[in-house]
Design a binder for this molecule. Structure first.
Ligand code: ADP
Length: 263
């Protein structure tokens, strides 16, 4: 097969937001065991400021667990999560300034699209909350960014699955997160919508330069979408590199076998 031609890559788009060499997030020697099963084994990974990193691996390899630990929804047994220069290992989720989108959209059914997008801003305590007009402007800008300008007054039940995931992304971006965490965000959608959204997400990323981690078990998706791919196997980081690097020089038999399934 290989839908992995880099038509949506950063190069093809022209680099509008060059990736720095600065580390936005460092995962340092993280270990996590559930019951007796080691899920993450001494895993170290740097996420660079402004990059779109795909976390790729077969089902059960520990991707979601790693994302949850970065988000603060789970604690590692040992190791650290460092945001910039700050040790965030013990910081609760609300204080991490992360944005999430999961596979099963969780928009608030009783709120309009605009109120869904504004939710995180409206939920802030008064001293941190932007003025009403400013929130309105930000919501309008985000609706433009996701190309749903006229959808602000609709309700989630009036939208397609793909549109809902675009709104969920806008909602996550509204709070200007330090990192955007996407866990198989297009997993529940059909193949064509999924392909369109892939390209769309890449464009949004090129425009915003938002540091993003994208979890997927789909090799084509990872290779087509990302600046770098981190391949997980059995709780270990097997390889991290550009899509070209991991395809042309697989670092281990596990990587070769996993990528080899589609190439
Ligand atoms: P992936 O996202 O790569 O599919 P996960 O991180 O979801 O992998 O899961 C890795 C392993 O950890 C799986 O074997 C899963 O059953 C186990 N696991 C994940 N969360 C829990 C939990 N809360 N309790 C027990 N086992 C868990």
């Amino acid at each position: 097969s290989s839908g992995a031609t880099p038509t949506t890559s950063r190069r093809a788009h022209g680099v509008t937001n060059p990736i720095g060499t600065a580390t936005a997030i460092r995962v340092e020697s993280v270990t996590k065991t559930f019951d007796t099963a080691a899920v993450l084994r001494d895993l170290t990974l740097d996420i660079r400021a402004g990059e779109l990193l795909a976390l790729l691996g077969p089902s059960g390899s520990g991707k979601t667990t790693l994302l949850r630990i970065i988000a603060g929804l789970d604690r590692p047994d040992s190791g650290r999560i460092i945001f910039g220069k700050d040790d965030a290992t013990r910081l609760p989720v609300q204080e991490r300034a992360v944005g999430f989108v999961f596979q099963h959209y969780a928009l608030f059914k009783h709120l309009t699209v605009a109120d869904n997008i504004a939710y995180g801003l409206n939920a802030r305590k008064r001293s941190d909350r932007p003025a009403k007009a400013e929130i309105k402007k930000r919501v309008g800008d985000l609706l433009d960014l996701i190309k749903l300008s006229t959808f602000g007054d609709r309700y989630p039940s009036q939208l397609s699955g793909g549109q809902r995931q675009r709104i969920a992304l806008a909602r996550a971006l509204a709070v200007e997160p330090r990192v955007l965490l996407l866990d198989e965000p297009f997993g529940a959608l059909d193949a064509q919508v999924r392909k369109d959204l892939r390209r769309w997400l890449r464009e949004i990323h090129d425009r915003t330069g938002q540091t993003t981690i994208f979890v997927t078990h789909d090799q084509d998706e990872a290779l087509e979408l990302s600046d770098r791919v981190a391949v997980l196997g059995n709780g270990r980081l097997e390889q991290v590199g550009t899509p070209d690097e991991v395809q042309e020089h697989p670092a281990s038999p596990t990587v070769l076998k996993f990528l080899g399934d589609t190439i």
